[in-house]
Design a binder for this molecule. Structure first.
Ligand code: TXA
Ligand code: MG
Length: 318
């Protein structure tokens, strides 16, 4: 059921139920992070393997102390600078966090979302919320309440808050011994963090050699139709193709064209990325989707990260 009743949503969380809620990035599927029973329901609803850890959402920086161990003052300054906002920070976890949340990792990903509905829900539920993106495992991330209902019609409540602003999932970094490592690119870049805290951390762009979490797997975020990159702007498309372009002056002949931006503004492309893929997925005339690439700088890194994973099974070169 979709609605706007935050009090009702908070009561459902307190009773170990599941509530989908808006954040500034994508919709999350929330449950009481401190209740293993509630957290288990998230994995079941998403059909998510339990080796994939969940992010814990908080509304007050004071909650970091309870959920973590041995966090440096410097890290608190970083959190104060970027929260609320689309940044998840992986830190050593305290015993309070159930192992199910972190898939037995000794660390927990924490985030304070920049969305008033989300913050009010967490506050009223009076507990941190474990919340992955509110989609079935491997499918498109939801950026509006109807997207959640399409994939997860049976969740106890879907708290509606319109389209999300940022459109791609939060940046994930880990911080260990002053080394700040990028685990998933997003709206906030390592360069943003570096320029806010010059010389205070060592920055690592490369992912760790072992896979610490399957959000880092090659295939993810996929529409239910084949997705391909447009490699050659002049080439034609097969019948019943949908094209997603990022600049209005790029003309294509196709069954349907969706523009994410007037002029390749990457912030706009990110904001409309998943909704354009949902529209193509829902359009019964469209059998395959073609999408333009974007330049891989700034938030372009996050856009191409999600698109490569979404297109992986149909792609030879990417
Ligand atoms: O923007 C977002 O981050 C959204 C909204 C709802 O907050 N959430 C989200 O959650 O994208 P999810 O579950 O779809 O992706 C979270 C990813 C996991 O797949 C995993 O890669 C990583 O976060 N993660 C969580 N805890 C971790 C940990 N302790 N160490 C390493 N990676 C972790
Ligand atoms: Mg996800």
């Amino acid at each position: 059921m979709i609605g706007k009743d935050i009090n009702k949503a908070a009561e459902i969380i307190k009773a170990d139920g599941l509530v989908a809620f808006p954040t500034e990035t994508v919709y999350g599927l929330g449950a009481n992070a401190l209740s293993p029973l509630a957290v288990a329901k998230i994995f079941a609803a998403k059909e998510r393997p339990n080796f994939d850890p969940l992010i814990v959402h908080i509304y007050d920086i004071a909650q970091v102390k309870e959920l973590t161990n041995n966090v440096d003052e410097k890290v608190y300054r970083l959190l104060e600078r970027f929260w609320p906002g689309p940044l998840t920070v992986v830190l050593p976890k305290s015993v309070l966090v159930p192992d199910l949340v972190t898939s037995d990792l000794p660390t927990v990903g924490l985030r304070m979302p920049d969305n008033p509905i989300a913050l009010e829900l967490i506050k009223k539920a009076n507990t941190p919320l474990a919340a992955p993106s509110a989609n079935k495992f491997g499918q498109l991330s939801p950026v509006d309440a109807p997207h959640v209902e399409k994939q997860l019609p049976d969740v106890d409540y879907i708290l509606a808050g319109g389209q999300t602003k940022v459109g791609v999932e939060s940046t994930i970094i880990s911080i260990e011994n002053d080394v700040c490592r990028l685990l998933r690119p997003g709206y906030i870049t390592l360069e943003d963090i570096e320029s806010a805290f010059p010389g205070q951390f060592r920055f690592e762009k490369s992912k760790p050699k072992h896979i610490v979490a399957p959000g880092l797997l090659k295939s993810h975020y996929s529409p239910k139709k084949p997705l391909y990159f447009i490699e050659n702007k002049e080439s034609g498309f097969p019948k019943n193709s949908g094209v997603i372009a990022h600049c209005k002056t790029n003309n294509y002949k196709a069954e349907r064209i969706i523009y994410t931006s007037e002029n390749t503004n990457k912030i706009e492309v990110a904001a409309r990325l998943f909704s354009s893929l949902h529209q193509m997925e829902e359009d019964s005339h469209i059998q395959q989707i073609f999408i333009e690439k974007v330049e891989e700088s700034g938030i372009g890194l996050a856009i191409m990260d999600r698109l490569r994973k979404a297109a992986f099974q149909y792609s030879q070169t990417d």
